[in-house]
Design a binder for this molecule. Sequence first.
Ligand code: URA
Length: 218
Amino acid sequence: MLSRDDVFSELGIGPAWRLREAPAAPGTVTESGPAYTWDTLADAVAHCTACKLSATRTQGVLGVGDRNADWLIIGEAPGADEDAQGEPFVGQAGKLLDAMLASIGLRRGDNVYIANVLKSRPPGNRNPEPDEIAACMPYLLAQIELIRPKLIVALGRFAAQTLLATDEAIARLRGRVHRYRGVPLIVTYHPAYLLRNLPDKARAWEDLCLARRTMKGL
Ligand code: URA
């Protein structure tokens, strides 16, 4: 029998995101394989009411791209554009993400899948809250199990800290290869942050080169 902390750590929910009460998990993960198919996952996200964001979002945003991708890119949460269009990273940050992908020879949808930690937009683009992350993690976990990526790139603090179950600052997490459930994971800055902090683009470029080298070495 797994303890609640075992379940949280299995879900990749770090200390910062742990709740006093167990979340109402929209799906369960078994050791015998994914609890979802792509169809049931898409349906679950579309109709999810597991957290309060369901009251304010336009639609759940599952993810986009190649469901057999080697590369899985994980951001934070849909913004206004993504909430309206139902696809991750379609606003200004998305344009920069596409350019970042292109800089290492990648293209959205071509051996790349893009998802977010949260599938519903936090109102006013506020930060995700711990109960929202806990409620949504089973969906991301199901995506990882279905895609079985060779490499994960975590964009920004929320994705990195959630997946790595740590409160460490992004500056200390980037620049090295972590593992998430056995999959190599590279942390870099979120494109929305890079739009406001141009000097860190050089560091993001180093991270992308590390990701490309890591993938080549697999
Ligand atoms: N920021 C994110 O983290 N994800 C999106 O889909 C859009 C902006």
